[in-house]
Design a protein around this ligand. Structure first.
Ligand code: SF4
Length: 480
């Protein structure tokens, strides 16, 4: 492993990642007391939780004297719900006295003194020494230990062994930053479970020792199935997704046709890499308003014709529909409007729904119709985690569901439900409340086909392992 090259590459890569909370506090405050306190809070705790707890605690105790003025019970309430908050409240309560007797109330910079403080182990001590004082130290947390072993840079069983091995092997100029780099990288890409090797910037250097291959989505895996591999994905900003490995994801999924929605880009804003994915031609229909809506299709097959929009300016101005005509079917790629808060845009949405329904009906007079995209509606209770709580909300209102009923009653087939009747299958998750990890989601992305295309359906799936957007891709294998 060329460690210099890997570290240089990761340094650039993690600029777009979340900064680990302890580094953030160090950068914002340059205060060893706050770094030490935040480091104690951060053990076994998510960064967002640590940041909130630290904010509450520092508002009451901005320095050691402030901390000394709080009771253990008050500290406990302020730092809840960090992991082991009871024990940590005890450590923090004892900290002012311990520092007083150890170093006249100041945070020491050497490891041997730091580890004498309550709640401070070797990892915390190294982190405080490196981050708060900029002194040579290698903090080895679980991400550093794990990733260094995956790379084969060390071969160790415990973080302490890793620290010692790195002291011998890793050039000292990298000691200070290695923890921040690998914590950010370990949280964002090289995750403990199912790391994103598919979009990892250093995968060509990495031997992936002991890494279990991610489950390859069935559409890419099962080449024995005949038919076209069609994928639809609301990318929620294609330029942002490009930085998270969009091109590599497309290459590994290898769809014959990829329909994307919410591109939020004009064609002239796209990089050459986005325009020219090898093997594909792309077709774009963007909103007039920059950075809003927009759809596009990447196709390995040359279409006979492309239809931009529905022929109605109020919808076409928002770049919501693009249709590719192939030899024996139409592919309609649509980004349905959101009914919005308090259903303010319901009239617009229902008018759009009616227009695209009419458009699909007219196409189906000529040949098969595949209509895919973000429909912005969960059709039935099975299609979202909390149906009752969302009865009146956009995406699950009675009006939107009634339109979807009428669409299905007209003969259109929700292809995913043809093959799968199970709950908990979603294609969109809020960015809030850790919703994706908890699978609190909605199925609002669809492949539907007209009635006469039923016999051409081979397989439909939700590719919920593919990250990068708040939606995941959905797929359809459709006979030629
Ligand atoms: S290729 Fe995979 S295992 Fe290796 S560093 Fe990247 S994400 Fe981690």
């Amino acid at each position: 492993m060329d460690i210099a090259r890997v570290i240089t590459t990761l340094r650039e890569e993690i600029k777009s990642y979340q900064v680990p909370v302890v580094d953030l506090i160090a950068a914002q405050t340059a205060d060893p007391f706050k770094v030490l306190t935040a480091t104690i809070l951060s053990a076994r705790t998510k960064d967002e939780t640590t940041a909130q707890a630290a904010r509450r605690l520092f508002a009451r105790a901005p320095d050691m004297a402030g901390l000394a003025s709080l009771s253990e019970d008050e500290i406990r309430k302020l730092i809840y719900p960090v992991g082991f908050y009871r024990a940590k409240a005890g450590y923090l309560h004892k900290l002012p006295d311990a520092l007083q007797s150890l170093n006249q109330g100041r945070v020491p910079a050497d490891i041997d003194s730091l580890v004498k403080l309550p709640g401070v182990g070797r990892k915390t001590a190294n982190l405080v020494r490196a981050v708060a004082f900029g002194k040579p130290a290698i903090c080895v947390d679980t991400h550093v230990h794990r990733i260094m072993n995956i790379w084969g840079y060390v071969k160790t069983s415990t973080p302490l062994q890793t620290e010692m091995a790195l002291r011998n092997k890793l050039p000292q100029k990298y000691w200070l930053e290695i923890n921040s780099l690998l914590v950010a990288f370990g949280q964002g890409t090289c995750k403990p479970v199912a790391p994103h090797c598919d979009r990892c910037i250093i995968r060509s250097y990495c031997p992936r020792l002991g890494v279990k291959a991610r489950k390859i989505p069935s559409t890419a895996r099962d080449r024995r199935l005949d038919g076209l591999n069609l994928i639809s994905w609301n990318v929620n900003g294609i330029r942002a997704l490009e930085k998270k490995g969009f091109v590599d994801i497309v290459t590994s999924l290898a769809p014959d046709i990829l329909a994307v929605q919410e591109t939020k880009a004009q064609p002239e804003q796209l990089s050459a890499a986005l325009h020219n994915i090898e093997g594909y031609k792309s077709y774009w229909h963007s909103a007039r308003r920059k950075g809003y809506s927009g759809v596009a299709v990447y196709s390995k097959i040359e279409p006979r014709a492309v239809i931009y929009g529905l022929g109605e300016d109020e919808f076409d101005a928002e770049g919501r529909v693009i249709t590719l005509e192939y030899e024996n079917f139409f592919l309609v790629n649509a980004y349905f409007p959101n009914a919005q808060h308090e259903l303010k845009r319901m009239d617009y949405k229902l008018a759009f729904n009616s227009a695209i329904h009419k458009f699909a009906n007219s196409l189906s007079q000529k040949k098969s119709v595949v209509i895919c995209g973000d429909f912005n509606v969960a059709h039935k209770a099975i299609d979202l985690k909390n149906p009752q709580a969302n009865e009146m909300n956009p995406g699950y209102s009675a009006e939107e569901r009634a339109w979807m009923d009428s669409f299905i009653d007209d003969g259109y087939i929700d292809t995913f439900r043809k093959f799968n009747q199970e709950p908990d299958n979603y294609s969109w998750w809020s960015y809030r409340f850790n919703a994706r990890a908890r699978n609190i989601g909605w199925r609002i992305d669809y492949f539907c086909v007209d009635a006469k295309s039923d016999k051409r359906l081979l397989e439909a799936a939700i590719l919920n392992e593919i990250m990068g957007s708040d939606h995941c891709p959905v797929s359809l294998r459709f006979s030629r």
